[in-house]
Write a protein that binds this ligand. Structure first.
Ligand SMILES: Cc1cc2nc3c(=O)[nH]c(=O)nc-3n(C[C@H](O)[C@H](O)[C@H](O)COP(=O)(O)OP(=O)(O)OC[C@H]3O[C@@H](n4cnc5c(N)ncnc54)[C@H](O)[C@@H]3O)c2cc1C
Length: 426
């Protein structure tokens, strides 16, 4: 073990959640160090933004940069039946401000995440790449920083009043403390790749997201990116995808293409230009979102099935919200878990509202079209929730769902690990 560094806050992971936390803390004047195992630019999945990602991006100073970027502009989302019949695209500007939230982006994460890192550095954050956090340090019942391993293989300690776990689905705190809780109903498999030269719809529809159904409530995503690339993935139950003993990701992906005529038609002119990626088991939440001296943000807090592209919105929003709570905790000289009750309530409400939509999406007894038909107020609620305006009371919407399906109870996870004591920072 080598030297010891001291900062106000150490953030583990420089993905969107880590960068949002670090940038917002630097904007508060805090000394922040971010440690990231990879070197940017690095590949990552999760490429479609939803409208209400806007406030967090605005808060950390990213909007102008995104406006200057080459990323595809996303104005809408549409759903396509297996026969290839497309719904009328839902244009966000029919409900939201055209100059702000109603236009969002399809990003290439290698470029987007690098922009977030550079933005954090501009705001005064120190980001160390090629640096793995190998241990979260605890003393006297609270977290006091991390043990890091630099690119030279030498370990050193970073001491901080607050440690932030932004390690994504690796979720270092939840994994090492056995706080990880799965959601068996949402245990899907995704296989995806990238096409060059695939069909792009004209005009304003060029950058829209398409969700295209296949049998058994499986679906394709079709996300047109810049540089003539399209991200295409298929998501379904593992049993369905591997039927007849098929195991090879490419063979599985190619077998599903004819199951949706719109996808078949749009991919016909293109060619695969990347490898086939696969992931499974992907919905989980941490039992706790905070402990004394520790906060979890983004996927490290919880990961929800990506059908409604909520991941980046939740990652960025949780980062900014955690930063505000951390700043207040440091001002008060109290970094106990109790300081993160409102953070937990806000994030749990966001995730639970989205989760209820995801459950309904996969339930064969309910369709959003049937629930909203002739009920404009329910349609508006649904639009708000799908667009990421999630910190609202949606009891009217979920009461309408319950006419067709069982709406899941909120999970009891994601609270701070509370105790009577209130600890002093530093
Ligand atoms: C198939 C699929 C499709 C998706 N589609 C979408 C979509 O269309 N839209 C959307 O919004 N979201 C989507 N998501 C979700 C999205 O990818 C995530 O929600 C988002 O990346 C979360 O950001 P994060 O910062 O929490 O984590 P990450 O982006 O995963 O960042 C975590 C960082 O921590 C680093 N790290 C991990 N461990 C350590 C360590 N020990 N030491 C140092 N560094 C470490 C990693 O290298 C990484 O850079 C999708 C996810 C999947 C699986």
């Amino acid at each position: 073990m080598n030297s010891i560094l001291e900062v106000d806050v150490v953030v583990v992971g420089a993905g969107p959640a880590g960068c949002a936390t670090a940038t917002a803390l630097a904007q508060h004047g805090r000394k922040v160090l971010v440690l990231e195992r990879e070197t940017f630019p690095r590949y990552h999945i999760g490429e479609s933004l939803i409208p209400f990602t806007y406030p967090a991006l605005e808060r950390i100073g990213m909007i102008e940069k995104l406006k200057q970027s080459a990323f595809s502009r996303k104005y809408s989302v549409q759903f396509v039946s297996p026969s290839g019949r497309a719904s009328q695209p839902f244009y966000f500007y029919t409900r939201y401000d055209k100059k702000t939230v109603a236009q969002t982006w399809q990003v290439l994460r290698s470029e987007f995440d690098q922009m977030l890192v550079e933005n954090a550095r501009e705001k005064g954050v120190e980001v160390r790449e090629k640096t793995e956090v190998v241990e979260l340090l605890q003393e006297g019942g609270k977290y006091v920083g991390v043990r890091a391993r630099g690119s030279d293989g030498v370990d050193y300690e970073v001491r901080a009043a607050m440690t932030v776990d932004a390690t994504g689905r690796e979720a270092i705190a939840a994994t090492r403390n056995a706080w990880r809780r799965g959601d068996p109903k949402l245990n899907k498999v995704a296989i995806w790749t990238y096409y060059e030269g695939a069909k792009r719809d004209p005009g304003i529809d060029e950058g829209g997201t398409t969700v295209a159904f296949i049998p058994n409530k499986g679906w394709f995503w079709y996300i047109p990116q810049h540089n003539n690339r399209v991200s295409v993935g298929v998501v379904a139950d593992g049993k369905y995808l591997t039927r007849d003993g098929l195991k090879d990701p490419e063979a599985i992906f190619q077998r599903e293409i004819p199951e949706n005529k719109w996808i078949e038609d749009h991919l016909a002119t293109g060619r695969v230009c990347d490898e086939y990626w696969l992931t499974g088991e992907y919905t989980f939440r941490s039992k706790y979102c905070a402990d004394h001296g520790l906060v979890l943000v983004g996927d490290a807090f919880g990961f929800l099935d990506p059908v409604f592209s909520s991941g980046l919105m939740i990652a960025l929003k949780s980062g900014v919200a955690a930063a505000d709570s951390i700043h207040k905790a440091l001002e008060a000289g109290d970094v106990s878990a109790n300081r993160f009750i409102s953070y937990s309530e806000m994030m749990r409400q966001s995730i639970e509202n989205m989760r209820k939509l995801v459950y309904a999406f996969y339930d064969t007894n309910i369709s959003f079209k049937t629930v909203t038909e002739g009920r404009p107020e329910i349609a508006d609620d649904l639009t708000d929730c799908l667009s990421g305006d999630v910190n609202k009371d949606f009891s009217r919407l979920f009461a309408a769902f319950s006419e067709y399906t069982t709406v899941p109870e909120d999970l009891p996870y994601g609270t701070p690990r509370l105790s009577e004591s209130s600890l002093v920072a530093g």
